[in-house]
Design a protein around this ligand. Structure first.
Ligand code: BTN
Length: 327
C-alpha cells in the first residue's frame, strides 16, 4: 500500500522528503502521494508539508496498525505477512484460523485489544486496548513436534532482548521458561500452541503479550509491570513489535540449525533471572527447593537439590517460583 510505503520512507529519512522523490520511488502520481499523506494525517500522524521541500514526519500515534509496524520492520520473513486487528477474540485463535487457510510461515497477527485473551494453564490474559502488545506468530517449522516447546524459550529471549534494546539497558530478563521480567515483575508471557499430523508439525502459533504502556494493573495482577512503569515514560508498541521480530528471526535461524538450544544456551542463561538462585519447584505432588543452575540444550531447567542431585525440569506441568517471591 502506498500509504505504508510513504510512512516508511518518511520515518527512514527523519527529515523532509520531496513529493517528486516519493512519486519517482513508488512510480505513482503526485495526487496519490498527497492522498496517502492525507490518510496518514487522518490516522493521527502529524506531517509537515512545505512547498519545495516536501513532507516531514513530526509525530506518530502509538498505533498497532499495519502501516506503523511495517515502517519499523526490517526482517526477511518474520512479520512480513502481517494482519492487524483493532479488536479480536485472541490473536492465537486468529493465527490458527489463518494457518488453516494456508497463511505463510512467519505470518504475524497483532491486535490492539482482545476479548478472549488466553494465558498458560487455561488462565485468561487481561487484554485492554491502547496500552499493550498482543501478537501471535505463525510458524511452519520442519522439526520434530517434541522440539516445538523450545520455541517458547526462543521467543522469550527475543522479547527480553527487544525490550533491552528499546529501553537502552540490560534490565529485562527471563524467568524460566519464558516469562520476561523487569525489576522482579512480569512484563510479558508467551503461550505456544501447535497442530500436528502424525509425527509432523502442521503449524505452531507463538502468542505473546507484552505490557508496554500500562499504568495500573488490577489488584490480582500484583506481580505484573510494564515498560512504562519501569522506565517512567511510554514506548511505541509498533517499534517493540518490530524489534521482537528482528531478534526472533535471528535466534530462530540458530535454533533451526540444531533443533535445540545449543547455539542459544549462553545467551538464554545470561538472561535467566533464576540463575544461581534458590527456587521452589512446583511439580504436582512433589514440591521442593533447590538451586537453579541454568538450562540444558533442551530448555529444561537444571536444579541442584539439597542432596546434590541435579534434576532436569521440563516446563510442561512444572512451574518454578522464587523462594521469597515471584522470581
Ligand atoms: C502467560 O500466561 O504467561 C502467557 C500469556 C500469553 C498471552 C498472549 S497475548 C497474545 C496471544 N493471544 C492470546 O490469547 N494469548 C497470547
Amino acid at each position: 500500500m502506498i500509504k505504508d510505503e510513504v510512512l516508511a520512507a518518511l520515518r527512514e529519512r527523519g527529515g523532509y522528503v520531496s513529493g517528486q522523490e516519493l512519486c519517482d520511488r513508488f512510480s505513482v502520481s503526485r495526487t496519490a502521494i498527497w492522498k496517502a499523506v492525507s490518510k496518514l494525517k487522518e490516522e493521527g500522524y502529524e506531517i509537515d508539508s512545505v512547498p519545495n521541500r516536501g513532507y516531514c514526519l513530526l509525530t506518530s500515534p502509538d498505533a498497532m496498525t499495519e502501516a506503523e509496524i511495517r515502517s519499523y520492520l526490517h526482517t526477511e520473513k518474520m512479520g512480513k505477512s502481517l494482519v492487524c486487528f483493532a479488536d479480536t477474540d485472541s490473536t492465537n485463535i486468529q493465527a490458527k484460523l489463518l494457518a488453516e487457510q494456508n497463511a505463510p510461515d512467519g505470518t504475524l497477527v497483532c491486535s490492539d485489544q482482545q476479548t478472549k485473551g488466553r494465558g498458560r494453564r487455561g488462565r485468561a490474559w487481561d487484554s485492554p486496548p491502547g496500552e499493550a502488545i498482543y501478537m501471535s506468530l505463525l510458524l511452519r517449522p520442519d522439526i520434530h513436534p517434541e522440539h516445538a516447546s523450545m520455541l517458547t524459550l526462543v521467543m522469550g529471549m527475543a522479547v527480553a532482548d527487544a525490550i533491552n534494546e528499546l529501553m537502552g539497558g540490560e534490565s529485562a530478563g527471563i524467568k524460566w521458561p519464558n516469562d520476561v521480567v523487569l525489576k522482579g515483575k512480569k512484563v510479558s508471557g508467551t503461550l505456544t500452541e501447535m497442530s500436528t499430523e502424525m509425527d509432523c508439525i502442521h503449524y505452531v502459533v507463538i502468542g505473546t503479550g507484552i505490557n508496554v504502556n500500562t499504568q495500573k494493573f488490577p489488584k490480582e495482577l500484583a506481580q505484573a509491570t510494564s515498560l512504562r512503569l519501569a522506565a517512567g515514560h511510554s514506548f511505541r508498541r509498533a517499534e517493540l513489535i518490530a524489534l521482537c521480530m528482528k531478534y526472533f528471526e535471528k535466534y530462530y535461524a540458530l535454533f533451526e540449525r540444531t533443533e535445540d538450544l545449543s547455539l542459544l544456551i549462553d545467551e538464554y542463561n545470561r538472561l535467566l533471572v533464576n540463575r544461581n538462585r534458590e527456587v521452589r519447584v512446583l511439580e504436582p505432588g512433589n514440591e521442593y527447593t533447590g538451586l537453579a543452575l541454568g538450562i540444558n540444550n533442551q530448555g529444561e531447567l537444571l536444579v541442584r537439590r539439597e542432596n546434590g542431585r541435579v534434576d532436569e525440569i521440563y516446563a510442561g506441568e512444572v512451574s518454578v517460583r522464587g523462594v521469597y517471591g515471584y522470581v
